[in-house]
Design a protein around this ligand. Structure first.
Ligand code: SF4
Ligand code: MG
Length: 327
């Protein structure tokens, strides 16, 4: 609820501190057991920072993170320990997130050893996890560089599952992999979700990656959620101009449909969170921007038919932050 993360601003040459940067600026959402939320936006929009705050790899500046009824946002690392096993993370680059000097057995068992599992049991569990993610248990004593990128990411996934978590934050888990391998890893993640009842926050920079896996999707821009809702609604009838633009960049399988559709090309890069535009953060790039957009910041509100009846984004309805949403 209302997660905010500010980082200190850059110092000027004169040594004066710059304005703090609001990397995440008031993000709220709910995630049910076994559900997947796709968290999508361009690089720098705050999606990784949001994911890291949820599992407390980063402390929120303000806001709360409630897991299974316990507010974990404010717990010390020691108080967090009993919850830690339920909250795990898979990182974007499998090689840089796996210690090159450790064997796979050691890497996968690490979270278990931290939790106090004995060495022999941890190794046995590591072998089971290797099998679960489609790797050969006999390869436990190899090192990360002896595996391909896709295999290394399977190791990262195995490590995240070691403690039988209930929520896995997957931060662009396939974007460093070859396209041919991406589908395999996504398939594996879906299969594991079905078997283990995991909930995922699946972070991606483009909407095509999460289309299959997510139940709901949240689109972030400049540290805020600009649209959130059920997958079918957001993909089928996007309400926010930014979502529309992102979707228009997703290739369509049917070539005729691909030729016929209108592509929305966004001008320029997202503005720096150090110096966000007034009003709607998207207005400098928005094809629908009006005068009011330059001065008044639109808040998330319910859009579309089903929204009000289903009680808003918290209950699975759809919300968008735009003065002129597509209805
Ligand atoms: Fe575009 Fe205005 Fe909506 Fe922002 S509030 S997305 S500028 S139409
Ligand atoms: Mg990132």
């Amino acid at each position: 609820r209302d997660l905010v993360k500010t980082f200190p601003g850059r110092r000027s040459r004169a040594g004066r501190a710059g304005a703090p940067i609001r990397a995440v600026d008031g993000v709220s959402f709910d995630l049910g057991a076994g559900e997947t939320l796709g968290l999508v936006g361009e690089s720098g929009c705050g999606k990784s920072t949001t994911g890291r705050m949820i599992v407390r790899l980063l402390d929120p500046t303000s806001g709360t993170v409630t897991f299974d009824g316990t507010e974990i946002g404010g717990l010390s690392q020691a108080q967090l320990r009993p919850h830690r096993r339920h909250l795990q993370m898979v990182f974007q680059d499998p090689y840089s997130s796996l210690n090159p000097r450790q064997t796979v057995a050691r890497i996968i068992s690490e979270p278990l050893l931290v939790q106090g599992t004995g060495a022999a049991d941890a190794r046995k569990r590591a072998a089971e996890l290797m099998e679960l993610v489609g790797l050969i248990p006999e390869h436990l004593d190899r090192y990360p560089h002896e595996f391909s990128g896709g295999q290394a990411q399977r190791i990262g996934i195995a490590r995240s599952l070691a403690t039988s978590p209930r929520l896995v934050i997957a931060d662009e888990p396939v974007s460093a992999l070859d396209v041919s391998i991406q589908a395999q890893v996504v398939n594996l993640m879906e299969q594991l979700q079905r078997e283990l009842g995991l909930a995922y926050v699946f972070i991606a920079h483009d909407l095509s990656v999460v289309k299959r896996v997510c139940d709901r999707v949240a689109v972030m821009y400049l540290g805020r959620i600009v649209e959130i809702g059920d997958k079918a609604e957001v993909y089928g009838r996007p309400a926010h101009p930014y979502t529309k633009a992102l979707l228009s960049a997703v290739p369509l399988p049917d070539p005729a449909a691909e030729r016929a559709r209108e592509r929305i090309v966004l001008l320029g890069d997202p503005p720096s969170p150090a110096n966000p535009p007034a009003g709607c953060g998207f207005h400098p790039r928005c094809p629908k921007a009006q005068e009011v957009c330059r001065t008044e910041r639109p808040l998330l509100r319910i859009v579309g038919a089903g929204g009000a009846a289903s009680g808003g984004a918290a209950a699975g309805g759809r919300q968008a932050a735009c003065h002129f949403p597509e209805e």
